[in-house]
Write a protein that binds this ligand. Structure first.
Ligand code: OGA
Ligand code: NI
Length: 305
């Protein structure tokens, strides 16, 4: 069948899935397969308007091009995760490059604090609110496909994992030593699901079958990472993809990551329906306890059976 072949996954290439395919069952199966085998895929024709993506990237870039003083209008306070801050500072010994970050909640309205949203550019808020609406529709669709792929009700994953949405804009300025350092070192995302846009500068790499594979830049595609909480609720059926970023010698790289995650008091663990005779692969725990351990690099092995 031609359509089957179109959705075929080449083993050396991150799966690219056309969401507009009229056979939505085929799209769902491709998403499930990619999540099982890779934990990452690219969605094209995903329904988020191209023009909106252009505007989102435009207001983000314009914010980062403001003077440091102007950007500090939304500076991250020490006691908050939200706001603008330097995420990493160039350190050749540690092989870390400079990464600046703008981070703020986008949904639900009860967790949105507009004092961390840039006022300049003026249309920042309107554009980000519209992007939030659109990205949420797409992420809920993905979670439905993934739930059905586990043989569960289509709301199942969203009910556990889809409580909050955050936007994390990364800004990687040019680096004179791109061969010596990395942007972000190898990690899996702590959230449930990450929906990522990048500018045209390549730099994202994912780990599969003992090698790092460069994610090809496709204009307006949404890169979807399966992250830790979907790995856990699926009892390991879906992979949480290990990834890292590189920097460019001359050009600034930017990315927009929407993190879809459980609320901090949500208990996250494998769905009971997925547990057969073997013990579950992961222990259920509050999302906030999971984050506590992950950011401190505490082992999970004593917890996960
Ligand atoms: C992240 C991340 C990827 C990128 O922020 O966790 O992996 O392409 N970003 O910047
Ligand atoms: Ni990441």
């Amino acid at each position: 069948m031609v359509a089957e072949r179109e959705q075929d996954i080449l083993s050396s290439r991150i799966p690219i899935i056309d969401v507009s395919n009229p056979d939505q069952g085929l799209v769902a199966r491709a998403v499930v397969k990619a999540s099982e085998e890779w934990g990452v895929f690219q969605l094209v024709n995903h329904g988020i308007p191209t023009e909106l993506i252009q505007r989102l990237q435009n207001v983000g870039r314009r914010f980062f091009e403001l003077s440091e003083t102007e950007k500090k209008a939304v500076a991250k306070p020490d006691n908050s995760r939200e706001g603008y801050a330097r995420r990493y500072t160039l350190d050749l010994e540690k092989k870390i490059g400079t990464v600046d970050q703008l981070y703020h909640n986008i949904w639900p309205p009860s967790v949105v604090n507009h004092s961390y949203w840039p006022k300049n550019p003026q249309d920042y808020r309107e554009v980000n609110e519209e992007y939030t609406r659109q990205v949420k529709i797409l992420s809920e669709k993905i979670m439905e496909w993934l739930s059905e792929g586990l043989g569960l009700r289509r709301e199942a994953i969203n009910e556990v994992v889809g409580g909050e949405y955050l936007l994390n804009v990364n800004y990687y300025p040019p680096c004179p030593h791109p061969d010596l350092i990395e942007g972000l070192d190898a990690h899996t995302d702590v959230s449930g699901l990450t929906l990522l846009l990048t500018n045209e500068i390549p730099g994202l790499q994912v780990f599969k079958d003992d090698q790092w594979i460069e994610v090809e830049y496709i204009p307006f595609a949404v890169i979807v990472n399966i992250s830790d909480q979907i790995l856990r609720v699926s009892n390991g059926k879906y992979k949480s993809v290990l990834h890292k970023t590189t920097v460019d010698k001359e050009r600034t790289r930017m990315s927009w990551a929407v993190l879809v995650r459980p609320t901090s008091d949500m208990v996250v663990g494998p769905f009971p329906e997925l547990i057969g005779d073997d013990p579950p692969k992961f222990k259920s725990m509050l999302y906030k306890d999971y984050i506590y351990r992950k950011v401190r690099n505490l082992p999970f092995v004593d917890l996960d059976s």
